[in-house]
Design a binder for this molecule. Structure first.
Ligand code: TMP
Length: 225
């Protein structure tokens, strides 16, 4: 797994967190900051990032309650979308030396489908390794906040609630515990950032962490054309 990551010349950074943690806004700011500093950046998201994967996202988020999506189906669809995304977008960008910023990746699968849906973590890790061909993030930031705060923000925000947003608070608490447990096991790769404060404070901390980390990777700035 590591060897494959080393072969790629770029850097792979993921943002994770429970619903309402503000990831999508923060990832946009991060991308702008890195581009401004002269890096070549690809911003993408999961499930999604290719036309096939975005079609799978639609199924996942809008499936009718009349035919409940089983946890196994959910996991397999997410992994199928990831396989398309890694093959056609993420790995090619890393091979071109870009910084890839991805809104959710494998840790979401372990947190939502593993901790949240109680699927076997070992099976998920093995299936995920097939989907990603062993690609793992170099740096992961987990935006953390109490589930009640995140869900209230999500309900007050723009857009309709999707199938996963509408899950019980108990489910989302299991997901949050999952992210915290994953971060505790891999403290070198995963950093928890307190997202229960004004967005500009979160943004400042994220920028400091990411820009500092990128600089330490001796990844020389390159201007976009
Ligand atoms: P988003 O709201 O962050 O765009 O993500 C869409 C939903 O997909 C979100 O509720 C989390 C869920 N999801 C999983 O359950 N497992 C995964 O592996 C990923 C990437 C997302």
């Amino acid at each position: 797994m590591r060897a494959k990551n080393r072969q790629a010349r770029g850097l792979f950074i993921t943002l994770e967190g429970v619903e309402g943690s503000g990831k999508s806004t923060q990832i946009r700011h991060l991308a702008e900051g890195l581009i401004h500093a002269g890096y070549r950046v690809l911003q993408t998201r999961e499930p999604g990032g290719t036309s096939t994967a975005e079609a799978i996202r639609q199924i996942l988020l809008t499936a009718s309650p009349h035919e409940p999506v089983t946890p196994q189906t959910e996991a397999l669809l997410i992994l199928a979308a990831r396989c398309q995304h890694v093959t056609h977008v993420i790995r090619p960008a890393l091979e071109r030396g870009m910084i890839v910023l991805c809104d959710r990746f494998s840790d979401s699968t372990f947190a939502y489908q593993g901790f949240g849906r109680d699927l076997d973590l070992k099976w998920l890790q093995e299936a995920n390794a097939v989907a990603t061909d062993g690609l793992a993030p170099d740096l992961t930031l987990v935006l953390d906040l109490p589930v009640s705060v995140g869900l209230a923000r999500r309900r007050a925000g723009r857009g309709p609630l999707n199938r996963l947003d509408r899950e019980t608070e108990r489910f989302h608490r299991k997901v949050r515990r999952g992210f915290l447990a994953l971060a505790a096991k891999e403290p070198r790769r995963m950093t928890i950032v307190n997202a229960n404060r004004p967005a500009h404070e979160v943004q400042d901390e994220l920028t400091e962490i990411v820009v500092g980390w990128v600089a330490r990777q001796r990844h020389r700035p390159r201007r976009t054309r």
